[in-house]
Design a protein around this ligand. Structure first.
Ligand SMILES: [Fe+2]
Ligand SMILES: [Fe+2]
Length: 181
């Protein structure tokens, strides 16, 4: 692997994380249309959704609204599985204190390797929080599989931080909606 794409991917990811933290610190506003979107979820999915912090719930709602808008812009009816994936994409993070998120982003910026070493899935402490932040896409997909979510939702959630393949619009639009939100 050449160094250049790795550096670009790192910078993109870091910029994304810093934008998220800045938005969290500013306390982004609540959005209308939340109830209608929540109705799309099964009871089990809604339980996972509400285990997130309010700021992550609001981020998820904004992601779903941007996802819907991307469909309209491309003259496609937004399919339910796509909107659900947008709503549920970050559930693997669970309940994360803002201070932990800030420290995780700084640590990841300084040394992604160190950040991966610190993350641990043993116990229930700040290192476990790092683990969830680091691997939230896989954790979220696994949780959704356990509650029998649509396999297309599970798949999109699992890949929402992976490199997008050109011919996969749902994946591409989810990543874009997440970035804008
Ligand atoms: Fe994510
Ligand atoms: Fe996200």
């Amino acid at each position: 692997m050449s160094v250049k794409p790795t550096v670009i991917a790192f910078l993109k990811n870091t910029t994304y994380r810093f934008r998220q933290v800045l938005r969290d610190l500013k306390g982004a506003s609540v959005i209308s249309g939340k109830a209608e979107l929540i109705d799309l979820m099964s009871q089990d999915e809604a339980l996972l959704f509400f285990q997130q912090t309010t700021r992550d719930q609001n981020h998820a709602i904004r992601t779903a609204l941007h996802a819907k808008q991307l469909c309209f812009d491309n003259q496609v009816d937004p399919p339910e599985f796509f909107i659900l994936a947008a709503l549920l994409h970050d559930i693997g993070k669970g309940d994360v204190k803002l201070i932990h998120r800030v420290l995780f982003v700084i640590c990841n910026f300084l040394s992604p390797v160190l950040s991966r070493k610190i993350a641990s899935n043993e116990g229930n402490n700040w290192r476990a929080t790092y683990w969830r932040l680091q691997y939230h896409a896989i954790i979220g997909a696994e949780l959704l599989k356990q509650v029998n979510s649509d396999p297309r939702v599970v798949d999109l959630v699992k890949r929402h931080h992976c490199t997008v393949s050109e011919n996969d619009n749902w994946h591409k639009w989810l990543i874009l909606a997440d970035y804008i939100a």
